[in-house]
Design a binder for this molecule. Structure first.
Ligand code: GLN
Length: 273
């Protein structure tokens, strides 16, 4: 069967199974199996897929129709223009979180400094920041050892020398170390939120998503705990849900922070404080 026909049929099946981006999913999976760029498929749609590749593609499409996220199926997701290895031990990096990186960079306006990324997962925030601020020292921590190993792999593949990753339950492994910037995309979904039963999140680690019955448990903890790990004049930047900006402001005010600002994501929602 020709590649373009294969894609049309796969996209139909993916659409029926409820994917919101069936054509894109099909193209990404086929490009992965063939080891080519997605754009290659537009030029060579009349080629015929070898049977081995076709079988591998069909297996991935079948897994996708069961809901498995494309990023886990191909083991990769791009974030901030960086190809990052992903695994089911970590949250899949989302475009929303690029807003957090943007704000962090805007506030990190000195030539040198130290940034801490709390709950680094794939290392996405730490690596994006390290790329843009090569003279800063970047630390990413995660409670999950598999996540730290994955983040280290990503740093090595990207050849980034100014980043280190540590296994740490929030600040536990950091002693009295202080930073100019602390960034975090902590869990912030309430445990009974129906959003957890839809789409890709069903396959992601709950520990990276859920934060108590109001979704604020970790934001509350970090608002207090980060204080003693910041230098005077340092910044704490946190991602949160679209309806949590006021609550996060209140938490930060209570912890003693000043000059608190909410920032909007690309959809115009206040998602970073
Ligand atoms: N924004 C993600 C979602 O709604 C959740 C990320 C997080 O909890 N840190 O799927």
């Amino acid at each position: 069967m020709r590649l373009d026909t294969l894609l049309v049929r796969a996209a139909e099946r993916l659409s029926e199974s409820g994917s919101t981006s069936p054509r894109l999913d099909a193209e990404v999976l086929l490009a992965h199996v063939l080891g080519v760029d997605r754009t290659w498929l537009y030029t060579w749609g009349d080629k015929v897929a070898p049977s081995g590749e076709r079988a591998r593609f069909e297996a991935l499409v079948a897994a996708r129709t069961e809901g498995h996220p494309v990023a886990y199926l191909i083991g990769e997701r791009e974030f901030w223009g960086l190809p990052l290895a992903t695994s089911s031990h970590t949250l899949i990096p989302r475009p929303d979180t690029e807003t957090l990186v943007e704000i962090t960079l805007r506030l990190a306006d000195t030539a040198e400094g130290r940034l801490l990324d709390l709950g680094t997962g794939t290392g996405a925030i730490a690596l994006a920041f390290a790329k843009e601020r090569s003279s800063w020292q970047v630390t990413g921590i995660d409670r999950v050892a598999e996540a730290v190993a994955l983040a280290e792999t990503n740093a090595e593949r990207l050849g980034m020398a100014n980043v280190r990753f540590l296994v740490s339950d929030w600040f536990s492994a950091l002693g009295s170390e202080r930073f100019e910037m602390i960034a975090a995309n902590p869990p912030y979904i309430a445990e009974n939120d129906p959003h957890l039963r839809q789409g890709d999140v069903r396959f992601e680690p709950l520990g990276a998503l859920v934060a108590g019955d109001d979704g604020l448990a970790d934001l509350r903890h970090l608002s207090r705990a980060a204080w003693s790990h910041l230098v005077p004049g340092g910044h704490l930047v946190m991602e949160h849900g679209h309806d949590q900006a006021a609550a996060v402001c209140e938490l930060l005010e209570g912890a003693g922070y000043v000059e608190i600002g909410n920032y909007r994501d690309l959809a115009g929602q206040e998602r970073v404080t």
